[in-house]
Ligand binder design. Structure first.
Ligand code: S3P
Length: 433
């Protein structure tokens, strides 16, 4: 539906990264708040809602489903549909957003009427069977085209199931909880690897009872949601680009305040610490179940060390792996990533694209089916890199470009707006030249 953006941007090398930033709201939380606000009874009001195009897709879909969505200043207001969404009679455009498509599938499967979900060319290539399969077990009526969008839903009565996710996915877990909230009986999702828990926390914030026991999370159907007033914490996955950038410069110092510090999202801070960065967390508080705090980072004088990322660590860092791989040549010992096959079915094939772009900047890198080996101690030159329309690839290589010799041209740079439209202006703010 929407086309890949092709705008180019030149990134000049930097001498240092310095400053204080407050970031727009977390993308994962914003999606969940938008979708649940549409279903809830009453008015929800959100401050610091994500400014990315992805969350705008979720809000637009909720609007198409009959909720009244208004923006005034920094506030997004959603007047919910009290449990009963209206079939829109036209396609629900999920844009580039896998979260919107998968979570909406769960939200709509138990509703009355027919719904069709589509996305842009990238989203229409991404796997949807992972959400269809468990929803079918619950009694849903969903068809796909060869495992992909369009997702066609004919609303049906659902019953609770117990389901173990074969691939760690917070989107699938959340979709099942959203469906389970409207199903008969109890729905339990068991995950071998703990994924981000914003879905569970958001459901609780809207008034639902959610039970966690060990690796399982359960919801019983028939519960009503009420509108929520909340400030969305700053997005840790957006902060990741700046944290990694700052970690490259021995004199750097970067402070974030009001940053989302949910432990299922903050693993990057541990990784940067292992790599030798000094990370301080201050002023932690909890709001609507989500931890928020300030983070201060400065880089080690001797440069970053080395780390192997695999297993559960890979799943916890899934959105941060492109930028970690992009800075890996500048570490002393390199970074090895495994068990990351999922990266091949994100907004792009992130393993292939990271390898291609690193090579375009003169790096040596070895690609594996499920990961990458990026040796350390390398010097990169500026080059032409291509985001292929993938926001995280565009931002990862803008960061790599800061330490290269010479300028780097990022093709498809504006893809960053999918999650983080302010990225380049904030980068200019903190990069010292
Ligand atoms: C997300 C979950 C992850 C992540 C994505 C956002 C979420 O995807 O990569 O950017 O908000 O639940 P998967 O569920 O496919 O792992």
């Amino acid at each position: 539906m929407t086309d890949t953006l092709t705008t180019e941007r030149t990134i000049h090398p930097a001498r240092n990264v310095l400053g204080t930033l407050r970031l727009p709201g977390d993308k994962s939380i914003s999606h969940r708040y938008a979708l649940l606000a549409g279903l809830a009874e009453g008015v929800s009001r959100f401050q610091n809602f994500s400014t990315g195009a992805d969350c705008a897709s979720s809000l637009a879909c909720v609007g198409q489903l009959g909720a009244k969505v208004t923006h005034s200043g920094d506030t997004v207001e959603v007047e919910g549909k009290a449990g009963r969404l209206t079939p829109p009679g036209s396609v629900l455009d999920c844009g580039n957003s896998g979260s919107t498509m998968r979570m909406l599938a769960g939200l709509l499967a138990p509703q009355e009427g027919a719904f069709t979900l589509e996305g842009d060319a990238s989203l229409n290539r991404r796997p949807m069977e992972r959400v269809r399969k468990p929803l079918l077990e619950m009694g849903a009526n969903i068809t796909l085209l060869d495992g992909h969008a369009p997702v066609q839903i004919q609303g049906a009565k659902l019953r609770g199931i117990a389901y173990t996710t074969p691939v760690p996915s917070a989107q699938v877990k959340t979709a099942l909880l959203f469906a389970g909230l409207q199903a008969e009986g109890t729905t339990t999702v068991n995950e071998a690897v703990r994924t981000r828990d914003h879905g569970e926390l958001a459901l609780r914030a809207f008034g639902a009872e959610i039970r966690r026991s060990g690796d399982s999370v359960s919801v019983t159907g028939g519960q009503k949601l009420r509108g929520l007033e909340a400030t969305v914490p700053g997005d840790m996955s957006s902060a990741a680009f700046f944290l990694c950038a700052a970690a490259l410069f021995p004199e750097s110092s970067l402070l974030f305040d009001q940053l989302g510090m949910n432990p299922t999202r903050a693993t990057l801070l541990d990784v940067l610490t292992v790599l030798g960065a000094k990370v301080h967390v201050l002023n932690l508080e909890e709001k609507h179940g989500e931890l928020i705090g300030s983070v201060q980072l400065s880089a080690p004088a001797q440069g970053l060390g080395t780390i192997d990322i695999s297993g559960a660590l890979t799943a916890q860092l899934i959105d941060e792996l492109p930028v970690l791989a992009a800075i890996a040549p500048y570490t002393r010992g390199g970074i090895r990533i495994r068990d990351a096959r999922e990266l091949r079915v994100k907004e792009s094939d992130r393993i292939a694209l990271v390898a291609t772009n690193l090579r375009a900047m003169g790096a040596t890198v070895e690609e594996f089916e499920d990961g990458l080996d990026v040796p350390g101690g390398q010097r990169l030159h500026g080059g032409v890199v291509d985001s292929d329309g993938d926001h995280r690839i565009a931002m990862a290589f803008a960061v790599a470009a800061l330490r290269a010799d010479g300028d780097t041209l990022v093709v498809g740079a504006d893809a960053a707006a999918v999650s983080f439209p302010e990225f380049y202006s904030l980068l200019e703010q903190v990069a010292e030249r």
